[in-house]
Design a protein around this ligand. Structure first.
Ligand code: HEC
Length: 177
């Protein structure tokens, strides 16, 4: 935070300098007689301007940070409707996983819930590709399954939406449907 502020203030000064020049041209008519107050006026304007630019930059950084969190979401659910990827994930899940992990990711007596807890994406990919064996419980790996291996992230998108509570049980509706 401190580092970003230092960076910000030096960045702002440069921006404010350019703005000031533009500004003096604009205001020269109104303040032509008294050079001194005009200088002051421009100076405080520059200060205000750097404050605004600074806020803008910080705001921009916050927006980027927020976008990054959003980017970690694999699904999009808008007014209860899902994007193509999430819908595909639902279909693939229902075809390949639900018979063991239960409908809608909730788990069964045979295999655990996949939405509570939701694994992180790396662990999930590995698990699904390689499979898992726990005593007599066996899940085959899906790495060589052409109906699933290209869509592991889609399945994750669906399960993530379920885990986040963004999506209820049952067949979701596609956006534009
Ligand atoms: C034949 C039944 C079966 C099928 C089909 C199956 N699984 Fe599994 N799955 C299991 C079992 C059993 C485990 C291990 C449970 C344990 O460790 O106690 C497991 C474990 C997992 C885990 C690890 C869960 C955890 O919390 O450690 C993930 C993730 C997973 N399965 C995803 C999937 C996905 C995605 C599909 C569909 C592509 C799928 N499974 C299909 C039976 C199955």
């Amino acid at each position: 935070m401190i580092a970003s502020h230092v960076w910000c203030s030096s960045g702002c000064l440069r921006v404010a300098g350019a703005g000031g020049m533009r500004n003096s041209g604009l205001k020269s008519g109104r303040h032509a007689q008294s050079a001194q107050p005009r200088k002051h006026f421009i100076y405080s304007l520059n200060l205000a301007r750097s404050a605004i630019v600074c806020c803008g930059l910080l705001g921009g950084m916050a927006a980027v940070a927020q976008e990054n969190t959003v980017a970690a979401k694999f699904y999009r659910v808008i007014e209860g409707k899902v994007d193509a990827r999430t819908y595909n994930g639902y279909r693939r899940y229902s075809a390949s996983c639900s018979r063991c992990h239960g409908p809608d990711g909730v788990g069964s007596t045979f295999a655990p819930s996949l939405i509570d807890p939701l694994l992180d994406i790396e662990a999930f990919r590995r698990m699904v590709r390689e499979g898992k064996r726990n005593g007599s419980l066996v899940m085959k790996g899906f790495a060589n399954d052409p109906n699933l291996s290209p869509y592991i992230d889609d399945v994750y998108a669906y399960l993530q939406a379920r885990a986040d509570g963004a999506l209820g049980r049952g067949r979701p509706t596609r956006l534009g449907e």
